[in-house]
Design a protein. Structure first.
Length: 283
């Protein structure tokens, strides 16, 4: 994630050095706090801008979501800074934020190598003041969790293919992203799917079953469950989910047969930190 102030040269010319320093510091402190709150790390402070990483040094299941929420928090924090400075004669601050996702290499000197930082920097430069722009790759990871508006396809310097960009409007309040995604065909999980189907048949025969699926972030645990659920489409059943997010300490949700979500009477599964999704089936 790249974040940069808009028109900083003109603003600094209106203030003496100490006032400009204090104004920039208040903004950078607020931005850094938002990044840290969402589990990110400020990699560099570049004058009146900053570069933040999510998923380093340890990857999480929802790093893209964390980055997006941090970006919206930064914009909200800037509004608070401007509101606090209103009437003092200090100019209002606006920031552009760009987010991209991808693999990078970070060496012992904390230098970052890879395409993602370069793309994020160019995306940030295209954002309108006070907005957050993300690439289509990021949106695929957070679809359903945020309201986004398409901003068309853009040629980015150093990027061979045009990149479609989206402006994040706000968090949607939705608890799941899967229903909004359009996954490619599942490959190489025949054995796992067959095992789940065998357990399902045992459950249908009255022999209760419990399956625990574990793995590294991004390996496809949720995707496997989605594929399994799709294969039950023609069999009457009730599908219940309890979701605990790493960002919200307690969440409860029942997915009803008609597709509606309700938390009426749902038991609460509590976990401080970490992420678990419990799925229970009754044939």
């Amino acid at each position: 994630m790249f974040c940069d102030l808009v028109g900083s040269t003109g603003i600094s010319a209106q203030l003496d050095a100490e006032e400009w320093r204090d104004l920039v510091r208040s903004y950078l402190d607020a931005a850094s706090e938002a990044v840290t709150e969402m589990g990110g790390r400020v990699a560099k402070k570049l004058g009146d801008g900053l570069m933040a990483l999510f998923g380093y040094p340890a990857a999480q299941e929802n790093d893209a979501e964390r980055a997006a929420r941090a970006a919206l928090l930064i914009q909200r924090a800037l509004k608070d800074v401007n509101r606090k400075n209103a009437g003092t004669g200090k100019p209002a601050l606006n920031a552009r934020i760009g987010i991209e996702i991808g693999s990078v290499v970070i060496d012992a000197a904390s230098e970052i190598y890879g395409d993602a930082p370069n793309v994020a920097a160019r995306v940030q430069a295209l954002a309108e003041p006070g907005t957050v722009l993300v690439t289509a790759r990021v949106l695929r990871q957070i679809a359903g969790l945020f309201v986004a508006a398409e901003r068309g396809s853009h040629e980015l310097k150093g990027v061979p293919e045009p990149v479609t960009l989206f402006r994040l409007v706000r968090a949607s309040g939705g608890g799941r992203r899967a229903a909004q995604r359009h996954p490619t065909p599942l490959v190489g999980r025949d054995e796992e799917i067959a095992m789940l189907m065998r357990r399902w048949e045992r459950a249908r025969q009255g022999d209760g079953q419990l399956v625990l699926i574990v793995g590294e972030p991004g390996i496809g645990k949720s995707r496997l469950i989605e594929e399994f659920h799709a294969r039950l489409r023609d069999t009457p059943h009730t599908w219940v989910e309890w979701n605990c997010s790493q960002l919200f300490r307690t969440r409860r949700c029942i997915q009803l047969p008609n597709g509606d979500a309700s938390d009426s009477g749902a038991p609460i599964y509590r976990q401080n930190g970490g992420s678990r999704t419990w799925k229970t089936l009754w044939p």
